[in-house]
Design a protein around this ligand. Structure first.
Ligand SMILES: [Zn+2]
Length: 340
């Protein structure tokens, strides 16, 4: 009998070009970029197919492929809000990618293994109403990419937003460390120390990618993140992207800190796990060759990712943390991840 999948992936992306009136938006510069077509390909779709069937096709393909995983039972798919102007309105000209909550919430409802990860720029004039609406629509967390969405998590004006997040018991998954996929980026906004305001307000904060790259004030972002765990039991971090070729050694570096193992959550950063940049072969200097070969031969991208992370030292306990946290908080139904 196949082992029952029990792992919850808390960091999975989707894509959209606005097809089928999805409301998704990609800037023309981004869309002309060859990387964008490559990005669509890693989802198993082409631009032509999207134009024909609508952006919902990406979710359909994600759900199907995830359903074939022996390891991962469900994934939180992430919306992506845009940049907001001084009047608190969407600034389309400054936005490179927008995946609206309305579209994603609706699509995720169709697939029991896809969970809705909302994204709201807190600088929107109606941010609190949007937050309530996202919670009503079944959001299991809120996602930010501060360096791209121009959000300063340390801004005192965000206090009411943090209080509402806490009341709704929605975790905040927010990018930490440098960001390399977008053109207009302010990496100082992804400084882990800027998360203290949310943490002080009692928000459950998940630092995406463990702040494993980049520096602020001359100090490695990872070091800055590590300095917070002792003071804040509400701080967590995800292990997505840490096996990328441009982050070699980052996962083992994070795992060396045994004291934070109970705070680490599994994230895949799909579709990145389906591209050559996360190939097990990059790790051949650390993993025995037959093992690399075995992992590289695994077809399902989630199963390959989980096995690679196991080979690099991620424990069963760590792989179970996301299910314990999200099922435990009542955000995700227990049938998706039977707790062990
Ligand atoms: Zn990501």
């Amino acid at each position: 009998m196949l082992p029952t999948a029990t792992i919850i992936d808390i960091h999975c992306h989707t894509a959209g070009i606005g097809a089928g009136s999805s409301g998704c938006f990609v800037s023309s510069a981004m869309r002309r970029n060859v990387r964008f077509n490559f990005f669509l390909k890693t989802f198993g779709v082409s631009e032509r197919e999207l134009l024909q069937h609508g952006d919902g096709l990406v979710l359909e393909r994600l759900s199907k492929r995830l359903g074939e995983s022996r390891q991962v039972s469900a994934a939180v798919v992430l919306a992506m809000d845009g940049v907001v102007d001084a009047q608190g309105q969407l600034d389309q000209a400054a936005t490179e990618i927008h995946i609206p909550n309305e579209f994603l919430g609706r699509e995720c409802k169709k697939y029991p293994n896809l969970l809705f990860g909302a994204s709201i720029n807190p600088n929107r004039s109606d941010a609190l109403e949007r937050l309530d609406r996202a919670a009503e629509e079944g959001a299991v967390l809120l996602k930010w990419l501060p360096s791209v969405q121009h959000i300063d998590p340390a801004d005192a004006r965000l206090t009411p937003f943090y209080r509402r997040l806490r009341e709704l018991r929605l975790p905040l998954l927010t990018h930490t460390g440098n960001e390399e996929s977008f053109t207009r980026v302010d990496n100082s906004l992804a400084d882990p120390l800027r998360l203290r305001r949310a943490l002080d307000e009692g928000v459950t904060v998940i630092a995406a990618h463990c702040a494993s790259n980049g520096k602020n004030d001359g100090q490695a972002n990872l070091e800055r993140l590590l300095s917070l765990f002792g003071q804040y039991p509400n701080l967590h971090a995800d292990i997505s992207a840490l096996t990328q070729a441009n982050r070699l050694g980052h996962l083992t570096g994070v795992l060396r800190n045994a004291g934070i193992h109970d705070r680490l959550l599994y994230g895949s950063d799909m579709p990145i796990i389906n591209s050559a940049i996360t190939s097990p072969w990059w790790h051949a200097y650390r993993i025995p060759l037959p093992e690399v070969r075995r992992i590289a031969a695994i077809k399902n991208p989630w199963d390959r990712d989980v096995e690679l992370k196991r080979a690099l030292g991620v424990t069963e306990k760590i792989l179970g943390n996301s299910a314990r946290m999200f099922v435990g908080a009542g955000l995700v139904p227990a049938r998706l991840a039977p707790l062990q």
